[in-house]
Write a protein that binds this ligand. Structure first.
Ligand SMILES: [Fe+2]
Length: 366
């Protein structure tokens, strides 16, 4: 290797009950007049944060899972009307991605879909701070925002060096109450980030270190966190490692599991982590011929054959194993493969996939 690069532009702070000192962190970052962005499920927590800082001016909770273009544009309008100076995203990946995408509209104007494409954004964006309440997406540090285009029944991925939030506050206390199913699915999203970043054809030494550290930690601590949500050690490690995996994918990017998972989320609104958990073992089996040297490192870190290890982990934490169990019809498989071949995540898959090969992976996972 003759060249490598890495950057993390987000200031990351992590600690138990850190959310209580939110005001100090916002002050240090020079952030004022923040609009809190959340979803109805997380609203009580977001209200507590709102009342704990005079740097926050209001709350917007109209965000759903797999959030859509219209929600992003309504959030931007609300922030503009309120005279907000930054967005504080409190929630899971959908909430954080919605805030990041709204920052595009707030900075560049126009409609969200006017700004599609890789690196079309040329200047710093309206600031976003993130308080993740799941240990999954790593969106609090990534250069991506994934938004559903309801009209096209597809996911649109925005990628830019300006998209990472300026501040990420990791407080594992906020994840203690996360239900087992959500802990399981978001944890498998983070694990998929670690695996796909490590096998990516863009992987480098810095992303490798973060990806492998995250994989080892998630693999070990996800089952106890699902079994006992109040396991503080497991919650701490999962939140840190999902953020590490987010850093890894910001450089190394992803692979065919994410390309297919985005397609499943776009067409049938399959929860992102569930789709990844179902697809990853099949994608690993497909990619193996292209990643033989790295395969043994994965096996070493997991202490198991990677395909069997990932499938057994997903089973152990109670996730579905088949696409047919999560609302995907057999007639969807062709359109899903067609959508996945156009997804940005496919370009860094270690094996160059054809539409027919993607359809085979889907059939194997069906
Ligand atoms: Fe993901």
């Amino acid at each position: 290797m003759e060249f490598t690069e890495f950057r993390v532009t987000t200031r990351v702070v992590a600690g138990w009950d850190l959310a209580a000192s939110l005001d100090v962190e916002l002050s240090q970052a020079g952030l004022e007049r923040g609009l809190v962005v959340t979803d109805p499920g997380v609203r009580p927590l977001a209200e507590r944060l709102l009342s704990a800082s005079h740097r926050l001016i209001g709350l917007h909770d109209a965000i759903t899972p797999n959030s859509e273009v219209g929600q992003v544009e309504r959030l931007a309008e609300r922030a503009r009307d309120a005279g907000a100076g930054f967005l504080l995203a409190v929630g899971g990946g959908s909430v954080i991605d919605t805030a990041k995408a709204a920052a595009i509209v707030l900075t560049e104007g126009g409609r969200l879909l006017d700004h599609q494409g890789v690196n079309v954004l040329a200047r710093p964006l309206f600031p976003v701070a993130a308080v993740p309440t799941t240990a999954g997406t790593g969106s609090e540090v990534t250069c991506y925002a994934v938004i559903r285009d309801g009209d096209a029944a597809a996911k649109v991925i925005f990628t830019s060096e300006w998209l990472p939030p300026v501040l990420a506050i990791l407080d594992p206390a906020l994840t203690l109450g996360l239900p087992p199913a959500l802990t399981a699915s978001t944890g498998m999203d983070a694990l998929t980030h670690a695996v796909e970043a490590y096998l990516s054809n863009r992987a480098g030494p810095f992303s490798d270190a973060l990806a492998l550290a995250a994989l080892e930690t998630i693999y070990r601590h996800l089952p106890p966190a699902v079994r006992d949500g109040s396991d503080r050690e497991a919650r701490w490690h999962l939140l840190i490692s999902s953020c590490q995996a987010g850093m890894a994918i910001s450089w190394a990017m992803l692979g065919c599991a994410h390309a297919l998972a985005h397609a499943c989320g776009g067409l049938r609104q399959v929860p992102h982590g569930v789709a990844n958990a179902i697809l990853l073992p099949h994608c690993l089996a497909y990619n193996r011929p292209a990643v033989e040297a790295r395969w043994w490192t994965l096996a070493d870190v997991m202490g198991a054959d990677p395909v069997k290890g990932v499938a057994a982990l997903a089973r152990r934490i109670g996730l579905p194993e088949r696409l047919r169990e999560v609302g995907v019809a057999e007639s969807d498989l062709g359109p899903l493969a067609e959508a996945a071949i156009l997804d940005g995540s496919i370009f860094t898959n270690p094996r160059e996939a054809t539409v027919e090969e993607l359809a085979q992976i889907l059939r194997a996972a069906y």
